[in-house]
Design a protein around this ligand. Structure first.
Ligand code: HEM
Length: 331
């Protein structure tokens, strides 16, 4: 229980701090300028540090995971995605992983039936929930582009229209909001529901879910329930991206909760498992092509081994070997 409560309380405290600070302490400048800039710098530096660190790690061996026939004789049908042979095939595999969570689609669950029989069954819920979570967040983040550009970019406009397709509330309900909320709830519930997953889950698994859940909830509150002034938000974001230190206008305290939680997410990102966002591209089990039969891959830091062939050995010891009546190849 502590594993869940601790991150939950942390997120709640993190949400209360900016609200109280802005509502009663008038600390808009701290929470609207200083903290977002600091968070952005830490995020960019931390993200780059982790990526460069991974890039510098030597990968001497071919270790792609394969689940299909590799390239062999011409008449044997190969599987270019399950066992990529060319770089573009490996790239297609990584992309299919990133965009569609391909390997998670194969997720199975193992259960004991009648106490003794271990049975495996298909389990697509995690795949579906994960996909819904990531795609809806991506759509939300891309839609937010309208706050960062003077002219709303075409893609943000398009997403806005497509996403508010149902038009059932005022302002129009975004499908991505409903999906994101449902998906976060599912991903948290999944960790509670199964005893095995509950045991494996750590506070660092709950914290990002609660944090993202809180950001989405506060966003939804701002849009549909506790209205805030959106124009000063846009002014403030335009000011931040143009690296100005101008103070924010009259926005509303709830916005600072949203912004502060996003800042926490940015700082936390490079330190956490969320780095899988960058790491997936550098994963050697996915991004390498399986061509070891065609090409010899030599460990680049192998030191030169001084070989001594048998004939050299015999040249050195031939006379002694003969005296000891050992057989020699050359007389
Ligand atoms: C600096 C970054 C961000 C700013 C300035 C910002 C600002 C805002 C504002 C002003 C709204 C209210 C929109 C309205 O009334 O129409 C909003 C809504 C929302 N925000 Fe953010 N936000 C940021 C980042 C994020 C992130 C990273 C997430 C997701 C993890 C997120 C999720 C949401 C959601 C779900 C809503 C509800 C309405 C919608 O989907 O547009 N926001 N945000």
């Amino acid at each position: 229980m502590k594993k869940v409560l601790m991150p939950l309380v942390m997120v709640a405290v993190l949400a209360v701090i900016p609200y109280v600070a802005v509502e009663y302490g008038k600390l808009e400048y701290l929470f609207g300028v200083v903290i977002p800039y600091t968070a952005a710098v830490l995020f960019i530096a931390g993200f780059l540090y982790r990526i460069v660190d991974w890039l510098r790690r030597p990968v001497p061996f071919r270790i792609p995971t394969t689940a299909g026939q590799e390239k062999s004789l011409d008449w044997i049908r190969r599987n270019p995605i399950e066992s990529p042979h060319r770089a573009w095939e490996a790239a297609a595999r990584v992309l299919s992983e990133v965009l569609f969570f391909r390997s998670l689609f194969r997720n199975t669950r193992a259960e004991l039936h009648k106490g003794t029989t271990l049975a495996y069954a298909s389990n697509k819920w995690l795949w579906l929930g994960g996909l819904a979570f990531h795609w809806s967040l991506l759509v939300i983040v891309l839609r937010h582009a309208r706050f960062f550009f003077v002219m709303v970019p075409g893609f943000a406009d398009f997403l806005d229209h497509a996403d508010s397709f149902f038009d059932v509330t005022l302002p129009a309900l975004y499908l991505s909001d409903a999906v994101a909320l449902a998906a976060v709830t599912f991903l948290v519930a999944r960790r509670f529901a199964d005893a095995k997953v509950r045991l494996l889950s750590l506070p660092t698994d709950y914290f990002p879910l609660f944090l993202i859940g809180a950001i989405v909830t506060v966003g939804i509150l701002m849009r549909y329930i506790v209205r805030i002034n959106v124009m000063p938000v846009k002014d403030q974001m335009l000011s931040l991206v143009s690296l100005s230190f101008a103070p924010p206008g009259e926005i509303g305290s709830l916005f600072y909760v949203h912004l502060f939680l996003v800042s926490v997410l940015l700082v936390y990102f490079p330190l956490s498992k969320l780095m899988h966002m960058g790491g997936i591209f550098l994963s050697p089990t996915r991004n390498q092509c399986n061509n070891s039969r065609e090409k010899r891959h030599v460990n680049p830091w192998n030191y030169d081994i001084k070989f001594r062939t048998y004939s050299e050995y015999e040249d050195d010891f031939r006379e002694k070997m003969k005296k000891a009546k050992l057989p020699v190849e050359k007389q």
